[in-house]
Structure formats: C-alpha cells, structure tokens
Design a protein around this ligand. Structure first.
Ligand code: 7TS
Length: 411
C-alpha cells in the first residue's frame, strides 16, 4: 500500500460522473454509503472484457473461455489479497453483502442451528443483518438477541456484550461501520471474545471494506461480507469470506451447474471450495470490474482513504454542530465517513429533496435500520456520506445548503 499522501484532486478527475451540474448546480455527491461512483479504470475493465474476452467460465476449451476463466479466477485471488484471506477457497463471489449474509444464514445456519440457540446481533444492524436471521429463527426455533447501543452517540454497550455471551449463543454477527451512525465497531476485540467461547462470528463489512484496511486474519472472524458497488466496483457483485474449515463442513445453499462434482438421478456430490457455493453461470464481468476497483483503491492505500474520510466527517460534524437546531447522531470522535442528522422537526425527506434542488445528493430515511431508528426515537435521519473524491469545499457548500434549508423552513 502507498504511504505517500495521494493527490486527491487528481484522483477525483478519474470519476467522469462527478463533473456535471444537477439542477443548475455543480454536483456534490454525498450518497456514497448507498453506492460509490466508479473510476475510469473500472469502466474500462468492463468494456475491455465485453469487447475482447466475453465467454462462459470453467467450461471452455476455446481461447475466449480460457481468457474469461483466467480473469475471473485472478479476480478471486485479488479479492483474497484485499482482505488477506489465507486461500482463494475462502472467497465466494456473491451479489453483495445481502446475499453473503443470506448464504451464511441458509447454508451454515440451517445446518448448525437448532431450537433454543441464540443469534446475537447489535441494535445498529442493517436490515440485511437482521431479516435473514429472523427467517432462520422462524425455520429453526433459534432466538435473536441484540447488544444495545448507548444513545445518540451510537456506541455499543460493551458491558452488556459480555453479559449477553451466554452458552446458548451460537452466532455473533455485527456491522463493522454503521451506515446510519458512522460508528466503527472494535470487531477484532469483539470477535476474539466471542470466539473464545466457541461462538461463530460474522462481520458485515459493507461500509468498511473500501474505507479502511480490512484483514480477516487480524479480525479473526469466521465470515465477512462486502459489496463491490460501495467500493468503486460494479453493482451486483460482492464477496463472502468464510473460514475454510467451516465452509468445508457447511452444505451448499443453491444447487445447479458448477457447484457439483457428480450428479445422478437420485443423488449428487459437491464440487470443491469455493465452487460448492457458486451455482450456475456467475457474474463474470462483476469480479473483473471489482478487481480493477481493488487495484485502484490499494494504489491509493486504504489507510489514506480512512484518514481522508475521517477528516471530512469530523469537519462536517463540527460545522453542523455549530448550527442551531441540528441533532447529530453517531460518535463524537472517531467515526466512519458519514454524518447523520436532523434539522429541528423538518422531515429528513424534505431536507434531501431541497438539497437535491441545490445539487447536493444526500439520503434521507431509515437507511434500512428501522429498529435503530425506533431506538433513537426518530422515523428517519438525513445522511451525508463521503468518499476520497469528496472535498472540504463540498462540505462547505453542503453547509450553505443546510443554512438555506433552515431558512426555508424557518427553523
Ligand atoms: N450492511 C450495511 C452496513 C450497509 O450499509 C448495506 C447497504 C448493506 C449491508 C447491504 O448492502 P447491499 O450491497 O447488499 O445492498 N447500505 C445502504 C445504505 O446505507 N444506503 O443504501 C444502501
């Protein structure tokens, strides 16, 4: 990874989409937690693949199929390096974080969980790390419990955590960086405490994988899921890391081509890892585009990206906290690259709608964290979320827009 300070404005020019006006104003794209923009290198990798190499993988005896297979499997090796997994057998391509978690809930969960077992989550989880477990609980009779948060500052109540690690807990699944609060959870410490008690662990790295160095061996988790589209890659592709010993004991989820070794009319045997979990023709351009994104991010250095995110988020939080009538959510100090807020009693959707008219793309709503919103006692929040191509000048523009919104609503 690069240790020198990147030339952020040169990097910004790699993103053609950012150079446009929206409703007559220069675009300020602050919806990166929903999806990031794509650099030219990723767009080019997709075009190159479809113009030169497109063919189905793993079944070719012709040149194009061999090229496609080589690029597809090279993308798996690139993904392994990105999160420092031990082996490519531990990297399963998925449609994204949501599918990764559903794979674990269905393949691992159906096999290993039974009535009375407990799945431990936290109160700040995205719906994709709640609903698959609710469905699993309904199938198996397992129960869900939640590590509480402390309040608007959105930190996990770690005293409660140890109390909740009872012998019935079989799985602990938690978010690394909260998409609604910006909280950065100490995943390595928490996974170590759980694993010491024999509890299987899963980390939702949707908001972290492209924003700080993520090393599955250092975290020590059993599973980790992320999405390509939030980290400069294409939509529809992501990866699930699974510890090899666990994946070997876990039956497949989807059945079909590619995931088998032999098939007879009444019985089949399974392919080796990771193919056992990849039924059917996969998304081929997706991993190739995602690998280009991972190259791009690691050339910048994720430690550098983290510093940049932190600077913008800290600056934005400080500027918002100087204004009257602003309620801020999430930690006061170290936070991921996003700020959630409310302006007096103005509905978050109104904030976002007016911001859009002024060229600023925000998100307002429950951010797929309805239980968390209930806990905070609000229906929704407005959210500004950043990436390395955003600038302090854009935060200044955003603050001007917030002031205009306050003026408009007379708050
Ligand atoms: N987990 C977290 C923490 C997320 O932020 C998201 C998406 C997901 C899981 C699901 O990822 P997907 O790629 O499978 O959809 N979060 C958001 C968001 O904050 N706004 O839009 C999507």
């Amino acid at each position: 990874m690069s240790s020198t300070t990147p030339d952020w404005s040169a990097l910004r020019r790699d993103f053609p989409i950012l150079d446009q006006t929206v409703h007559g104003h220069p675009l300020v794209y602050f919806d990166n937690a929903a999806t990031s923009q794509k650099p030219r290198a990723v767009i080019d990798a997709l075009v190159r693949y479809y113009e030169r190499d497109n063919a189905n993988v793993h079944r070719g005896i012709h040149e194009l199929s061999n090229r496609a297979t080589t690029a597809f499997e090279a993308a798996r090796e690139r993904t392994r390096q990105f999160i420092n997994a031990r082996s490519v057998e531990e990297i399963i391509f998925t449609r994204g974080t949501t599918e990764g978690i559903n794979l674990v809930a269905n393949a691992w969960g159906n096999h290993f969980l039974k009535a009375g077992d407990v799945i431990l989550l936290t109160e700040m989880e995205h719906h994709s790390n709640i609903v698959p477990w609710q469905l699993l609980a309904a199938r198996t009779g397992a129960k869900l419990r939640y590590v509480p948060i402390t309040g608007d500052d959105g930190l996990l109540d770690l005293d409660q955590f140890d109390r909740l690690l009872t012998p019935e807990v079989k799985l602990f699944s938690l978010v690394h960086i909260s998409n609604a609060l910006g909280t950065i959870n100490p995943v390595a410490t928490l996974c170590a405490r759980a694993r010491r008690l024999g509890i299987t662990t899963l980390v939702d790295a949707a908001q972290s994988a492209g924003h700080l160095p993520v090393d599955v061996q250092a975290i020590g988790c059993d599973f980790l899921a992320f999405s390509g589209h939030k980290i400069c890659g294409p939509t529809g592709i992501g990866a699930l890391y699974g510890r090899k010993e666990i994946l070997e004991q876990t039956p497949p989820w989807h059945g079909g081509g590619e995931m088998i070794s032999t098939v007879d009319y009444d019985h089949s045997t399974w392919n080796t890892l990771p193919h056992k979990f990849e039924a059917g023709t996969p998304d081929i351009s997706g991993p190739i585009g995602m690998a280009a994104a991972l190259d791009y991010l690691d050339a910048i250095g994720r430690a550098n990206i983290f510093q940049h995110d932190l600077e913008l988020a800290t600056y934005c939080y400080a500027r918002l906290s100087e204004l009257k009538g602003v309620r801020l959510f999430g930690p006061k100090n170290e936070r991921g690259g996003l700020v959630s807020f409310l302006l007096n009693d103005v509905h978050a959707h109104d904030v976002v709608t007016i911001a859009d008219r002024l060229g600023v793309a925000l998100r307002g709503g429950h951010h797929c964290t309805q239980p968390l919103m209930k806990k905070l006692g609000v229906p929704s929040t407005a959210r500004a979320s950043f990436y390395f191509y955003n600038t302090r000048a854009e935060v200044d523009r955003f603050i001007e827009v917030v002031l205009e919104i306050q003026k408009f609503f007379g708050v």
